[in-house]
Design a binder for this molecule. Structure first.
Ligand SMILES: [Zn+2]
Length: 278
């Protein structure tokens, strides 16, 4: 989708521009925010994508909201924790960026540990009550694998099964599951990017497009790679690279732009052949 700059000064936060911003809170978000336009085609919001959970946070461009970091701070507090925000508060931009990188690394490692510790959660049971993090990971996995709505955790039958006899037992809220899901996806993408980086062959990709009954256009981008299975044998495996909502419709241009962006995100632009299975 091509937005024309209607003579507005749009604050584009390249590394250089970022240095001019006073607040270090931007270091928790991807450098280039998207712009959301109002009906009158004037820029209304900047959408900052959290570099940890990929959630987009809006910053208003109207007078009064302009440059307000309230929403961004709120999100960082929730997503990265209060201590992360405090750590970068009074530091210089360079130091803040380094601190955020450290936080992200530690967090990736913690998440990997938690995810690894729950890999065979469905096979056997421990007598020890699970930690909160494990409950969150397993709940998100369960909801995703069985195609449930996040609201299933509010189901009264489910709550009874969880809480009866142990009313203090932790059950994540649907908002928490939604956030955890994004974290898991971003971790999965991160892992997949590493695999693809080392992959020495071309990656065939496959696009699948459809329109939902309420007229939203979607496209999935799958890649096929050869991977070692659990038995040590090489296997052709399908990996979901991205699932995107297209602006307006499935025009060749929209699709090409989405594919291009995804391939660039993974850094595999030169490893791709395209076959369209629409
Ligand atoms: Zn986040």
């Amino acid at each position: 989708m091509h937005y024309k700059n209607k003579g507005w000064d749009l604050p584009l936060h390249s590394e250089k521009e970022l240095a001019k911003c006073k607040s270090t809170v931007y270091t928790f978000f991807e450098a280039q925010p998207e712009i959301q336009f109002a009906r009158d085609h004037l820029a209304e919001y900047l959408l900052y994508r959290c570099s940890k959970c990929s959630e987009t946070i809006r910053q208003g461009l109207k007078t009064g909201d302009q440059g307000s970091t309230g929403n961004l701070r709120e999100h960082v507090k929730k997503c990265w924790g209060e201590e992360a925000l405090t750590a970068v508060k009074d530091s210089t931009l360079d130091k803040a960026q380094a601190a955020v990188r450290d936080f992200k690394k530690t967090w990736q490692m913690t998440l990997t540990l938690v995810v690894n510790s729950v890999t065979s959660w469905f096979k056997s049971f421990s007598t020890r009550p699970p930690e909160k993090e494990k409950i969150c990971v397993v709940t998100a996995c369960w909801v995703a694998e069985s195609g449930r709505s996040f609201l299933v955790v509010r189901d009264r039958g489910f709550r009874w099964l969880q809480k009866e006899g142990r009313p203090n037992h932790y059950v994540p809220s649907n908002e928490t599951i939604a956030q955890d899901m994004k974290k898991l996806i971003s971790r999965m993408n991160w892992g997949l990017a590493k695999v693809l980086e080392d992959y020495e062959y071309l990656v065939p990709i496959e696009l699948d497009c459809w329109t939902s009954p309420n007229h939203h256009a979607f496209m999935s981008i799958m890649g096929r790679i050869i991977r070692n299975g659990t038995d040590g044998q090489e296997k052709l495996t399908s990996v979901l690279l991205d699932f995107v909502e297209l602006p307006c419709s499935h025009t060749a241009e929209n699709m090409a732009n989405a594919v291009e962006a995804t391939l660039k995100d993974y850094g595999i632009r030169e490893k791709v052949k395209i076959s369209n299975s629409k």
